[in-house]
Design a protein around this ligand. Structure first.
Ligand code: PEP
Length: 256
């Protein structure tokens, strides 16, 4: 039985003061509850220490949205995986479509970053998913295959414990347009099949594959309840404690 993960990607929102408040509000709503999965928040780098202090004792894990592809050196403006580890980070999001689109990150970057995240004993959440033009052109599966093939077979020791996948159709991110349950299930099952071919059947059976793209309290239950969906990567709805916890409630209702 795979344990669900509901992960909030705060993106470029929430400085230390606002982040502390949001993390406290999420923690308050979850405190004392027995959860059957994992709940994670991924604040901007500078907000991580504030959230780390607040989240202590609450069932809220701490993540980062990105990291450097190097551990140290002359890389102005970067933050090393080891620094994140020291700050209490347990998960790092790698390969988000916004990193691909706005910062030109490639498979080489993603493979290097995931290796360093693993070397620090942290878990990586690797994001992938097709553009609207790919879907309209009937290339969604080809794109997803290439994205997974470009990274997973290059990793030293990927397993269901240190790696989480997040299928995020780009046309559904921040658009209010959610993948239909049919599309989500089909793409997740297809992803799991690919993982099986690349990393083996056992890893595939245990690997968590999150859905991301306009997931909200109103649709979380249906999406996260799909056989091959193991939780959600949440953008907009992670910025309101009530909505984020509403999604956790949806996960608990179907996988708890
Ligand atoms: C995301 O950016 O990972 C995401 C899923 O965003 P949203 O939930 O806002 O679509």
């Amino acid at each position: 039985m795979r344990r669900y993960l509901v992960a909030g990607n705060w993106k470029l929102n929430m400085g230390p003061a606002a982040g502390r408040e949001l993390a406290a509000a999420v923690g308050e709503r979850l405190r004392g509850r027995t959860l059957h999965g994992d709940v994670l928040v991924c604040p901007p780098f500078v907000t991580i220490p504030a959230v780390a202090t607040v989240a202590q004792g609450d069932p809220v894990l701490l993540g980062a949205q990105n990291c450097a592809a190097h551990e140290q050196g002359a890389f102005t403006g970067e933050v090393a995986p080891g620094m994140l580890k020291e700050a209490g980070v347990q998960y790092v999001i790698i390969g988000h479509s916004e990193r691909r689109q706005y910062y030109g990150e490639t498979d080489d970057d993603f493979a290097a970053k995931i290796e360093l995240v693993h070397a620090q004993g942290m878990k990586a959440i690797f994001c992938y998913g097709e553009l609207l033009a790919d879907r309209k052109g009937g290339r969604a599966e080809d794109v997803v295959r290439a994205q997974l093939k470009g990274v997973l077979p290059r990793l030293q020791s990927p397993n269901a414990y240190n790696l989480v996948l997040a299928y995020e159709p780009v046309w559904a991110i921040g658009t209010g347009e959610t993948a239909t349950p049919e599309i989500a299930q089909q793409m997740h099952a297809f992803s799991r099949e690919l993982v099986s071919g690349m990393l083996g059947a056992e890893v595939a059976a245990n690997m968590r594959i999150l859905y991301g793209g306009s997931c909200k309290p109103g649709n979380a239950r249906e999406l996260i309840g799909l056989p091959d969906v193991d939780g959600g990567l949440i953008g907009g709805a992670a910025l309101k404690a009530e909505d984020f916890v509403g999604i956790v409630d949806g996960a608990e209702a179907v996988l708890g």
